[in-house]
Design a protein around this ligand. Structure first.
Ligand code: PGA
Length: 240
């Protein structure tokens, strides 16, 4: 299985969400087989999107993910969204994104707690990292069978695009750098899949997609634009 993850970050009103879904539905295209497309909108839009997809499905099965969850169980944690609450709506959850580490001072310890919560409720964690040590910490103490469920995503912070223009502006990491890092992770954890994210767009997706060692891509700003998202899916198809 390969993955295309759309990380919407902190964007879109409900009207814009509906417009995006409508544009993707109208395009009537799908990804290649054995490809999982995962949309990670804000918490706020998960229920809306799930219901819209039930009423009017797309040409392919769009999976839902969150961009974060509470490190704590359900309970007296004002403002938090717990894994048990999310499990009703999603299958995946991005954890430890560099923007959360940078702006919200998220620590490795908190990320480990979040991974544990996600796994407890059968959510697949997509754990972001920029250094090997972050992968090692996230994996520490997990049994092999549990560990192999985690999808890792390599995202060097300097490669993440700025939200400018219709598809963002940024410099993706060099392919060699990505492959070197992915090989290091797979040496430690041969069972785990590793994705790449950082300025992925329709015009460079093929570069990563054709590499058998890269298990998929994560697109942030570019995925906000439905035409660009459709192109990414289509480009993956022509590469397979
Ligand atoms: P980008 O973001 O595609 O806009 O660079 C990727 C991410 O931060 O997940």
């Amino acid at each position: 299985m390969k993955y295309i993850v759309a990380n919407w970050k902190s964007n879109k009103t409900s009207i814009e969400v509906k417009e995006w879904l409508e544009a993707v539905r109208k395009a009537n295209v799908g990804p290649p087989s054995a490809t999982e497309i995962i949309l990670c909108p804000s918490f706020l839009h998960l229920a809306l999107i799930k219901k819209e997809l039930e009423i009017q499905p797309l040409a392919f099965s769009l999976k839902l993910g969150a961009q974060n969850l509470s490190p704590y169980p359900e309970g007296t944690y004002t403002g938090e969204v717990a894994a048990r609450m999310l499990a009703e709506w999603i299958e995946y959850v991005i954890l430890g994104h560099s923007e959360r580490r940078q702006y919200f001072k998220e620590t490795n310890h908190e990320i480990k707690l979040k991974v544990a919560q996600a796994l407890k409720y059968n959510l697949i964690p997509i754990v972001a990292f920029s250094e090997l040590s972050q992968v090692e910490t996230a994996a520490q103490g997990l049994e092999e069978k549990v560990l192999e469920k985690i999808l890792f995503m390599y995202e060097p912070p300097e490669a993440i695009s700025r939200q400018e223009g219709p598809i963002g502006v940024g410099q993706a990491a060099p392919l060699e750098q990505i492959l070197t890092m992915i090989r290091k992770v797979k040496e430690l954890m041969p069972q785990n899949q590793v994705l790449y994210g950082g300025s992925v767009k329709s015009d460079n997706l093929a570069l990563y997609w054709q590499e058998p060692e890269i298990d998929g891509v994560v697109a942030g700003t570019a995925s906000l634009n439905p035409e660009e998202f459709i192109k990414m899916i289509t480009h993956a198809k022509t590469q397979t």
